[in-house]
Write a protein that binds this ligand. Structure first.
Ligand code: FES
Length: 261
């Protein structure tokens, strides 16, 4: 009965791991199911080997006539055909387990970076104070975070106030009340972008001098940055504080798998 128990464990573990991979369950769950499957098969094989092993003091009786009687199979509490089917089922389930790496390869990676931004989240300064709509004057800049996420590097953004009419003419859709916000993490190598030149409405990255056009979605004008700084679309809530309309429009930071999810 012990062997049958381990075989059932193998089947459950193998099918569970395959199902976990198919639905994209957390890796820890997949790992536990794999451990159950491998351990179950190893224990079943070990228990079968022990059961079939003849004791050391066994001496084959030397009967003078006739062939030796076949060694009886270990009594595992189930019939011989059922026992065979159970082994086949366990090995079959183990074969299905081979699909797990294929399933994992077929799935695109999801967005891994948590920025803390979502619709309605207020912009706050480094002291967690909400940003009121009259906080900045035209031409000034401030680093902001999502409320409750102060210090979260992936959530950091630069908030800039510019002439609302210039934004309107430029067709800037993510602005609110003359404010625009962009990820503070450079898309080239991840340096913090925090130098703003009001005269030309450009953000600079100090590491390799990439320049970004604030009036046109922080598109890169020059330098090695391969794409614009992701924009944080803004709004003003009923109490007059700046809020996000959602997460950044693109994955933050240098290119990685997140872009292709
Ligand atoms: S890190 Fe910004 S330009 Fe290289």
């Amino acid at each position: 009965m012990r062997i049958a128990f381990f075989l059932v464990l193998t089947i459950v573990g193998a099918l569970g791991a395959t199902a976990a991979a198919a639905v994209g369950a957390p890796p820890a769950l997949l790992g536990v199911a794999l451990v159950v499957a491998f351990l179950g098969l190893a224990c079943a094989a070990g228990a079968a080997a022990v059961a079939l092993h003849a004791p050391d003091d066994l001496r084959e009786p030397r009967e003078p006539h006739g062939p030796t009687a076949p060694t009886p199979l270990p009594d595992d509490g189930i019939s011989r055909p059922a026992f065979g089917r159970l082994w086949l089922a366990a090995l079959g389930a183990f074969g299905v387990l081979g699909l797990v790496p294929l399933i994992s390869l077929a799935r695109k990676p999801g967005r891994r970076v948590i920025t803390g931004w979502r619709s309605g989240v207020r912009l706050v300064d480094e002291n967690n104070r909400p940003i009121a709509r009259d906080r900045l004057v035209d031409g000034s800049i401030e680093t902001v975070f999502p409320q409750g996420g102060v210090g979260l590097a992936e959530g950091s953004a630069v908030l800039i106030r510019v002439d609302a009419e210039l934004l309107r003419v430029a067709g800037e859709g993510g602005a609110a009340d003359g404010y625009v916000a962009f990820s503070k993490i450079c898309t080239h190598a991840g340096c913090p972008v925090a130098i703003y030149r009001h005269a030309s409405h450009e953000l600079y990255c100090p590491c390799h001098q990439s320049r970004f056009d604030v009036l046109h979605g922080a598109r890169n004008i020059s330098g090695p940055a391969p794409r614009p700084l992701p924009q944080l679309a803004l709004d003003v809530d009923a109490q007059g504080y700046l809020v996000a309309r959602g997460d950044f429009g693109a994955p933050v930071g240098p290119d990685d798998w997140d872009r292709f999810s």
